[in-house]
Design a protein. Sequence first.
Lengths: 271, 232
Amino acid sequence: MPDLPGRLPASFTTPGNASFVDFLASHDPSLLPAGRGLPPGELPASPHGTTIVALRHAGGVVMAGDRRATAGSMIASRQIEKVHPADHYSAIGIAGTAGLALELVRLFQLELEHYEKIEGAVLSLDGKANRLATMVRGGLGLAMQGLAVLPLFGGYDADRGAGRIFSYDVTGGRYEESDHHAVGSGSVFARGSLKKLWRPRLPEGDAIEVAVHALVDAADDDSATGGPDLVRRIWPTVAVVDMDGYRAVGPDELADVVARVDAARREDEQR
Amino acid sequence: MSMPFYVSPEQLMKDRADYARKGIARGRSVVVVGYDEGIAFATENPSAALHKISEIYDRIAFAAVGKYNEFENLRVAGIRYADLRGYSYDRSDVSARALANAYAQTLGTVFTTESKPLEVELAVAEVGATPDADQIYRLSYDGSVSDERRFVVMGGQADQLTARMEDGWRAGMDLGGAVSLAVAALGSHGEDEPRRIEPGQLEVAVLDRTRPRRAFRRLRTDAVADLLAAGA
């Protein structure tokens, strides 16, 4: 049936779907990242975001990301934010092509809010993680052309009363991580660091410090990961998700954490 | 071959309007009322799952009376419309006025072109930074829109309830006062003794201007009971 002028189009009033992504796919697929075919040719250098770490602690999950974006050997941004709230009880961190990654975050946030408004209920943490897997899989075509985006997802599972972490691969594989995980170019070094510093049931403050330690270790060996910038006072983005919801750790608290991490490293050097 | 009877356009529209009006008057009323820190919505609704009041966007909410399946469809369309607009432009570019226009066009088109009009009446409200910046739009089954101040009553014996609201409404009322007034109006019966409505039978929600970003909040039964006790 053709749409009558002025009236809300039929795709708006079709019942039975609480997904914003599915709605976009039926209404106007060109608005979706996966809906845009790319012509053949060389891709100009575009900003890439790098290292994200996440770890479970006593109350939930801590997620942290450095602030650097690189385009080739250039530093494209010193203060990009790569850890975002997905909804009130979960956080998403992103590594990969910055433009598409930020669009994925925006779309995922909207997807969760849209479901919540239409259904009047919040998705389960597994439901959210699966939804994100579908969206990552939708970007497989772009990933094959060199525009990969890899998220790290963490949240508080109210049914289990604990934090959980999920990692992904470009084909949409979803893997639950038991204790901690890192993604992005500096992830190898960050993972090594996490392995040595993480303990079960860490208190929140210690968990934040471990996350910053891991990022500093990544920045030490990976040129695409930026460490804390003491001159400009640019700190990593750190978020805590527990039973009270998502909380971004403030700059004053982070300055203290960075100072402690710095002091610990100096002590190690002098030995 | 039999010839169809001639029906004048006046008669046709009048029949449709009567049909829609009857359907809407059968349901229970919804009251939308402004208070000092936002806009409150109240209706008698024993179901905790089938809502008549809903969040649309950060500062925008929706209330409806009439046939559930028809307004539920419009509610979902409104959320899709608002989310798409916010995604394409910016969250601050989603307005109640644009949404009310889209609803008005839809209701109007259905009223004139389809065999059955939608038996619904809607209110779209947007909370502003101050009470003066609040907007409440009321939409009728035929697509007519009105920009309301202070309060809106829809469905059921809307005329009687409006008179009760007129009597009780004061500028700068607090939430307790606004909800108590709305519930008193919902229970009023013209000249008869007003009915007392139990908090468990009420669906109450607010757009609270003091909340960051998403202003919509449903009030639970115990919160409603406290408000009614304080406002009485």
